[in-house]
Design a protein around this ligand. Structure first.
Ligand code: TIU
Length: 223
């Protein structure tokens, strides 16, 4: 039996775990640690640390149960050929995408800051989607990979709630996936945006998807 009813906002979500993927959005050092992209934008990066442990618990469950696990990373080629000038040319030049920082060049693939935090490091066989934008579907193979596995539902976690998590959930929703956002496994530099971002997903009868805590999901899946 792989079907479970998960208590969520705005209502119970029935999921088939065989057709569910756990997608962890951009839990990279560039967003969570000092000296990366998040800090260059003027943010207090310590606010994102709270999402690590809930992500780790869901990841452990998913791995133990053989669920599809997908990691994403936001970043660009070293020559910036995949980075729109409109994205790069913001803020002070020494803090822009591609500038040198303590974890290497900011938001550039292959640099230390681009890595996923060690607690959530991908295991061999788990796809890592490198994305140039905020959404994980834009200019990536994610949709193809999910369709090939007949995935219908996404458990979504990561950072930041109102930016890359929201953009990805909106993209997924329009493509016909049911998205369950794990409220405490996401985080924002702006606590109020986190709260309102989650409310926006579940409002209007679940206009973008469903929201539940990691504990609520794990308890339902253990039943
Ligand atoms: N700035 C911010 O909140 N987020 C990003 O730029 N990217 C992601 O959310 N991953």
């Amino acid at each position: 039996m792989s079907r479970f009813d998960i208590p969520a906002e705005p209502d119970t979500l029935s999921v088939d775990l065989v057709r569910t993927a756990f997608i962890i959005i951009d839990m990279q050092r560039d967003f969570l640690e000092p000296g990366g992209f998040g800090a260059a934008l003027g943010n207090d990066v310590s606010l994102l640390a709270a999402a690590i442990e809930p992500c780790r618990r869901m990841l452990a469950f998913a791995r133990a149960g053989g669920m599809m696990v997908i990691h994403t990373r936001e970043g660009h080629r070293p020559d910036l050929s995949d980075a729109p000038p409109a994205k790069v040319e913001r803020g002070e030049p020494e803090k822009r995408i591609g500038a040198a920082g303590p974890m290497g060049r900011i938001l550039i693939r292959g640099e230390a800051g681009h890595d996923i935090v060690p607690e959530l490091a991908p295991q061999p066989g788990e796809p890592v989607i490198d994305k140039p934008g905020k959404g994980a579907f834009y200019q990536t193979e994610l949709d193809l990979m999910l369709r090939n596995r007949r995935i219908e539902t996404l458990f979504v976690a990561g950072v930041t709630t109102e930016v890359c998590v929201h953009t990805t959930v909106r993209e997924a929703n329009d493509r016909g996936y049911r998205c369950l956002v794990l409220s405490d496994a996401c985080a924002s530099y702006f606590p109020e945006f986190h709260e309102v971002g989650l409310r926006m997903i579940a409002a209007q009868g679940g206009i973008f998807g469903w929201v539940a805590s990691t504990d609520a999901v794990l308890a339902a899946l253990a039943a």
